[in-house]
Design a protein around this ligand. Structure first.
Ligand code: ADP
Ligand code: MG
Length: 242
């Protein structure tokens, strides 16, 4: 994808959460956002998803500017990105299969039979078919997140936005979710991924941006950020967590 973020600012109740953030990436498949808690990563991701309005600035994905002023265009944008958050992604009263078919039918207007076929394909592909008729409470955290990711991919999104998809999971379940993300990346999906899994970020991200105090402290290829960080904030952050 091509991603241009220009002078993006956002404040909540007068408190600046993103401060003139700019980022121009001509070609990136996996952009990983890392940085200290409260730095603004989720806010940035939610703005890219069209779920939050910036106070000023622009975001352009593959040459298309997100129209924050045009409610209809914003809705269309939201429907063409796949989003997965830390937890509570699934509808608790629906089965795994229904969780995937619901947006296909209600938002993307597939006929029920077609939606069901697509959902089954994804469940099979990710070895989740035996859980098709289970509700979220009957599934492990890892299975729930894999179903949430399958649901996000099933709508054929132009990009996937994942906000700490493994941070509520234990290590074993984290591994199964990360494997799935890696598989999707290998088939050429584009991601913006907020993660605390530094090993994973280093492995899958082609670009890594460190966000702290509402600014991008540094952005570059994963190897550069992890091996030769230039900014003091990146060095401090990595020293604290690695
Ligand atoms: P990160 O994901 O890097 O931890 P966030 O984007 O969640 O950071 O939050 C950045 C700052 O914005 C935090 O200080 C947080 O409390 C604040 N914030 C985020 N969302 C809201 C909101 N809806 N209302 C008020 N403050 C918010
Ligand atoms: Mg966050």
């Amino acid at each position: 994808m091509r991603l241009r973020i220009d002078q993006l600012s956002k404040s909540f109740a007068g408190h600046a959460v993103l401060n003139q953030v700019s980022l121009h990436l001509e070609k990136v498949h996996t952009l990983s956002l890392i940085g200290p808690s409260g730095g603004g990563k989720s806010t940035l991701l939610r703005i890219i998803a069209g779920l939050e309005y910036p106070n000023s600035g622009e975001v352009e994905i593959n040459g298309e500017r997100i129209s924050f002023q045009d409610e209809q265009a914003l809705l269309t944008h939201r429907r063409t990105v796949g989003t997965v958050f830390q937890a509570f992604n699934l509808f608790p009263h629906l089965t795994a299969l229904q969780n995937i078919t619901l947006p296909l039918e209600k938002v993307h207007h597939y006929a029920p039979a077609e939606a069901s076929e697509i959902a089954q394909q994804f469940l099979t592909r990710f070895k989740l078919e035996k859980h098709s008729f289970k509700k979220p409470a009957e599934l492990s955290g890892g299975q729930r997140q894999r179903i949430a990711i399958a649901r996000a991919v099933a709508i054929k999104p132009k990009l996937l936005l994942l906000d700490e998809p493994t941070s509520a999971l234990d290590p074993e379940m984290t591994a199964e979710v990360l494997d799935m993300i890696e598989e999707l990346r290998e088939e050429g999906r584009d991601f913006v991924l907020v993660t605390h899994e530094m090993g994973f970020a280093r492995k899958v991200a082609d670009q890594v941006a460190l966000i702290a105090e509402g600014r991008i402290a540094e952005c570059g290829p994963a190897e550069q950020i992890f091996e030769h960080p230039e900014s003091q904030q990146t060095q401090d952050f990595l020293a604290r967590i690695l």
